[in-house]
Design a protein around this ligand. Structure first.
Ligand code: PBG
Length: 329
């Protein structure tokens, strides 16, 4: 490339038409996945630490699905707030045929067959302790937890989920779940692995939303990744791909864009990022105070995921951002 004055980088920034022609990345509604909280209560309730986000009743969630479908959002990711009385040490509510999440899947599939449903595989909503696996003594046990995760994944598949998304970070669960799904004929049910999931402080509002935070004993550092590590994340992804993951995820999102970029470059597999509850809360706190410009910050933040190489982003702002995009933002 010739140097200045023959090259003037500002020429390609000089007007809006050329900026739009040379733009390398764009966000569209089709890049977004909306995480949705569900409740068995008759009425939806707001999540205090996430302005604009609700735990939706089964009636209201149909309206949310309708909005998402109309805006071109391809999929929802469902998370249940489970009644405290249904939480047991064996977490058997997680695989009960008629549980909240399975009823939601059936209703959503009936109303919106084309809208993708991604459902979480992990025990924390069902565990009185708020942990993703079984606690024996002071340890979260891996292999016994996987047996429960398999039952949960099969139950979700029977209810009609399109994709199961293990978010538990147990070792070896992807391969075992893939085999179990195939053995029951669910060869088309996809596996989205939370492959690079950190023991992050950004999950606080989510735990409030599903009611797992108050009870959480200790932390999740013996199964979720140390926030200091990057190479370890690449090994996690490699293992999950070998075990049969169709898509992989990095979580949280913005503080870990380096991992989105490295995973995509190293493996070239469909890579998703989860802009988690605490990221949403942080942006909303600043924009509600007038300290940051709401619309511009949202669009800039989601564009940064695309620039890093994400194929899609799970974000609680999906509907709001899709509306902005539909308005021509
Ligand atoms: C639990 C799970 C968590 C999230 C998704 N699945 C919380 C945790 O690991 O404690 C967090 C999502 C968010 O913060 O938005 N399996």
């Amino acid at each position: 490339m010739p140097s200045f004055p023959r090259t003037r980088m500002r020429r390609n920034r000089a007007s809006s038409f050329i900026r739009s022609l040379v733009a390398e990345n764009r966000v569209s509604a089709t890049d977004l996945i909306l995480p949705v909280f569900l409740t068995d209560a008759a009425k939806s309730s707001p999540v205090a630490s996430m302005p604009g986000v609700f735990r939706h009743s089964l009636d209201d969630v149909l309206r949310v699905a309708e909005q998402a479908a109309e805006l071109g959002i391809p999929a929802l990711a469902l998370f249940p707030e489970v009644d405290a009385a249904l939480k047991t040490p064996d977490c058997s509510e997680s695989w009960r045929e008629d549980n909240l999440i399975n009823r939601a899947i059936a209703r959503l599939k009936q109303g919106f067959p084309g809208l993708g449903l991604i459902t979480d595989v992990a025990l924390d909503p069902y565990n009185p302790l708020g942990h993703d696996g079984y606690l024996v003594g002071d340890r979260i046990v891996n292999d016994e937890t996987i047996e429960a995760l398999v039952r949960q994944a099969l139950s979700l598949a029977r209810a009609g989920t399109d994709i199961v998304a293990p978010s538990d970070m147990m070792d070896g669960r992807i391969g075992v779940i893939r085999d179990a799904l195939d053995a029951e004929g669910f060869t088309d049910v996809g596996l989205m692995s939370y492959a690079v999931k950190y023991a992050s402080a950004y999950y606080g509002p989510f735990r409030d939303a599903i009611g797992s935070g108050g009870a959480l004993k200790g932390d999740k550092k013996t199964y979720q990744m140390d926030t200091a590590n990057a190479l370890e994340g690449l090994r996690e992804v490699e293992l999950d791909i070998e075990e049969g993951a169709d898509t992989v995820m990095v979580k949280p999102g913005l503080p870990y864009l380096d991992m989105v970029c490295r995973v995509k470059e190293a493996f070239g597999v469909p890579t998703f990022a989860y802009q988690v509850s605490g990221e949403y809360a942080a942006i909303m706190a600043a924009t509600e105070n007038g300290w940051l410009d709401h619309d511009r910050v949202w669009l800039e933040t989601l564009l940064s995921f695309k620039r890093a190489g994400a194929d899609g982003v799970l974000t609680y702002g999906a509907i709001m951002v899709a509306r902005l995009l539909a308005e021509g933002a």
